[in-house]
Design a protein around this ligand. Structure first.
Ligand SMILES: Cc1ncc(C[n+]2csc(CCOP(=O)(O)OP(=O)(O)O)c2C)c(N)n1
Ligand SMILES: [Mg+2]
Length: 652
């Protein structure tokens, strides 16, 4: 190993060691083990420009093993990214430091995605690689042609999401995707042999990946492998045999270096062993300059690129432009004219049909339920292995990877990913949905078969607690439209909220139209609004969403016969309702003392609106397998039953 290489790699090692020690928490083992690989990657291969972290054609580097965050922060600082100063490294894991415990996505900083939940970064990287291929087809390879590197550890590869994501990546032949596998055979509980005996070579090759095994501390082997994969024909994994905590006499190769400070005594020994006589956080000028030199080499490459970009700018702007409003307005007018009783999943398909007629950056998909989720329209072109001139992805039965991949598609540049599964299987997507929300990505989850209304498939398929659970995720809009007009409006909201992901909860069963008059206003954007009142003066408020709005209307009319007058509030999005002014909220909620809610799901998220004087009509047990009208009856979700209970409540 050359002295220069050792010096460069040791900068990453000691910044990581010192930051973890100062914070008195964190993970030194991985950065120490992968410093050699990272150094050669950044020095010789990765194309990037710290002066413009957003450069469209940069190589993407994803740290899937997010606990090793100090490796990323050290590299970004050393390379000259403005986002990470030495001071922020000294504040590793402290309040408001960009150097958070695990990397947190911030645009334009070099931190490409939020990682920490193991395996997510792999799916994000697959999303980046797909985005790169699609964009290359749209804009040409002088504009887009870059690699996506993902650093993943044993833990990432144990996670189910890695199997899903890598299998799809192999199938699609994502040749610009490279995994750097930190194959140190150690995780928290000890040697990975406690839990894993996979044959990695066979595993990856069976996915259609190329597998290269190297010594992750051998400068030449690392260089050779990275050089070789520059012209790969399929995704590649470079399996780097490394020593966790490399350089630590007592802790290297052991899980004790994984996730706690090495301790001052041990750090002294590491300094001796690696010949690093510098004080904590001190990088000798000469080596620092070498790192900054590496950071500068991308500038001229980007400058050349900018010249080509400028020539093609008009075309690029045109290709990446979205113009949804006019289309959605026309769709709303059509819906009012036709007033069809259709399922909201069908309403969503009609909306998508209109949206996909024009050029835009929507990328659709489904986890093997295209026909049920109604996510694929006749205008879609399918993305196939090695063929990326399409806009629809058959994700296969891989809900978790699908969601993580959508995060990658969204983070990459201009794409708006949407994809479907059954609402019940949002549980299989949840960790990635949460990250869409945390990263403020406009990812749209089309979740159909959204209640007992799906009928005979029974309780395994009928969501109960999912809506309440999803509503409790911060910065996620959960939409449950009541008819076609609301569905169009909810789609519009999902597209307009560029920093918030959305879940569209849609029915399998047909619904009668609620909104029968055209209004320019997107009423769903208020989160809740009045759809009916049976008298000027009322003594009951009925809140409902989706398929139960019609039930609420029928109940309201029934109650009027007994001279109990009410208003019906359609509440397609609780999250947006929460953002309205106090006076609007009061107008909706405080007109009557007594309120009831109706939603064929867990009543949890309605209690806050209904309060102690009211009743929540819903389902707090598991569903049933039967024709759906029988299930509604079984759970007392009928106008008669709800009216009877409401009369009792009011007369109490
Ligand atoms: C989904 C998920 N489960 C559990 C954890 C907690 N965790 C963090 S690191 C880790 C072990 C990872 O082992 P490996 O990837 O081999 O990292 P190394 O010890 O080699 O640094 C675990 C279980 C996590 N971050 N994410
Ligand atoms: Mg490991």
């Amino acid at each position: 190993m050359s002295k220069l290489h050792n010096d460069l790699a040791n900068c990453i090692r000691f910044l990581s060691i010192d930051a973890v020690q100062k914070a008195n928490s964190g993970h030194p083992g991985m950065p120490m083990g992968m410093a050699d690989v990272a150094t050669i990657l950044f020095k010789n291969f990765l194309r990037f420009n710290p002066k413009n972290p957003n450069w469209l054609n940069r190589d993407r580097f994803v740290l899937s093993a997010g606990h090793g965050s100090m490796l990323l922060y050290s590299a970004l600082y050393l390379l000259g990214y403005k986002s990470i100063s030495l001071n922020s490294i000294k504040k590793f894991r402290q309040l408001n430091s960009i150097c958070a415990g695990h990397p947190e996505y911030h645009p334009n900083t070099g931190i490409e995605t939020t990682t920490g939940p193991l395996g997510q970064g792999i799916a994000n990287a697959v999303g980046f690689a797909i985005a790169e291929e699609i964009l290359k087809k749209k804009l040409g390879k002088e504009i887009i042609n870059h690699k996506t590197y993902v650093l993943a550890g044993d833990g990432c590869l144990m996670e189910g999401i890695s199997h899903e994501a890598m299998s799809l990546a192999g199938h699609l032949k994502l040749k610009n995707l490279v995994m750097l596998f930190d194959n140190n055979s150690i995780s928290i509980d000890g040697p990975t042999s406690l839990a894993v005996s996979d044959n990695f070579k066979k595993r990856f090759e069976s996915y259609g990946w190329e597998y290269i095994l190297i010594n992750g501390h051998d400068e030449k082997e690392i260089f050779k492998a990275l050089k070789k994969i520059q012209n790969a024909k399929k995704p590649t994994v470079i399996s780097c045999k490394t020593k966790i905590g490399y350089g630590s006499p007592n802790k290297s190769g052991k899980s004790s270096s994984h996730g706690s400070p090495l301790g001052l005594d041990e750090i002294k020994l590491v300094r001796e062993k690696l010949n690093w006589s510098h004080k904590p956080f001190q990088i000798p000028n000469k080596i620092f300059k070498e790192w900054r030199k590496i950071g500068k080499k991308g500038q001229s490459i980007e400058n050349k690129w900018i010249k080509v970009y400028k020539k093609k700018k008009k075309l690029i702007d045109k290709v990446l432009k979205n113009n949804f409003s006019k289309t959605l307005k026309t769709e709303k007018q059509n819906a009012i004219r036709e007033l069809k009783s259709i399922a909201t999943r069908k309403s969503s398909e009609l909306t998508l049909n209109a949206l996909t007629k024009q050029n835009n950056t929507l990328i659709g998909g489904s986890a093997d339920l295209a026909g049920s989720n109604n996510t694929k329209t006749k205008n879609h072109k399918i993305i196939k292995p090695g063929e990326f001139n399409g806009n629809y992805i058959h994700y296969g039965v891989r809900e978790h990877a699908m969601s993580g991949i959508m995060n990658g598609l969204s983070l990459h540049s201009s794409f708006i990913p949407y994809a479907g599964t059954f609402l019940i299987f949002s549980d299989y997507c949840k960790p990635s949905i949460r990250l869409s929300a945390l990263m403020q990505q406009r990812v749209i989850y089309v979740m159909t078969h959204d209640s007992i209304g799906l009928g005979e498939d029974g309780p395994t398929h009928q969501p109960i607690e999912q809506l309440s659970g999803l509503r409790s995720i911060p910065n996620l809009n959960v939409f449950r439209p009541a008819d076609t007009v609301e569905t169009i409006e909810c789609w519009e909201n999902a597209l307009k909220n560029t920093k918030t992901p959305s879940v569209l909860s849609l029915t399998r069963q047909n619904l009668e139209p609620i909104r029968k008059k055209y209004s320019k206003i997107n009423k769903s954007s208020l989160g809740a609004y009045e759809v009916l009142r049976t008298n000027k003066k009322i003594n009951l408020t009925i809140l409902a969403s989706g398929s139960e709005v019609n039930l609420a209307i029928k109940t309201s009319h029934k109650l009027a016969k007994y001279k109990i007058y009410s208003k019906v509030i359609s509440m397609p999005c609780q999250d947006l309702f929460e953002l309205q002014s106090n006076s609007y909220k009061k107008k909706i909620l405080n007109e009557t003392k007594i309120k009831i809610s109706i939603e064929a799901a867990s009543t949890d998220s309605w209690k806050k609106y209904v309060g102690n004087n009211g009743l929540t009509f819903g389902i707090d047990t598991f569903g049933k397998s039967a024709p759906y009208k029988d299930i509604y009856k079984h759970f007392g979700l009928t106008p008669n039953k709800i009216a009877t209970e409401s009369i009792k409540l009011i007369k109490r």
